[in-house]
Write a protein of this length. Sequence first.
Length: 103
Amino acid sequence: MAKSKYILLRKIIGAEVMLAGAVIELTPDQAAHPLYRTRVRKADDGVALVPATPGAGSDGADQEKGDVKNRLKELGIKYDGRKSAEELVSLLPDGDPLKPAAK
């Protein structure tokens, strides 16, 4: 029998964990099974998945803040984690590679 592609709507925990959004191939008999019936929908062949908000993202700000926090921990400098990345950078000593040079 020919297999069709289906998209998981809810995760399935079994021999392996299949997360929501994964594309799986099932025969029509398998797709009719009670386990899959409520958790999958048939995928269109020509449809490509795209993010709902393609412009959304962290733009690296979270990564930069994490790098600065790790550097402050290495140096043993106490800090308040609720501060912005710019405020945390100001706590770094002069000449630190993560701190931009003063103009």
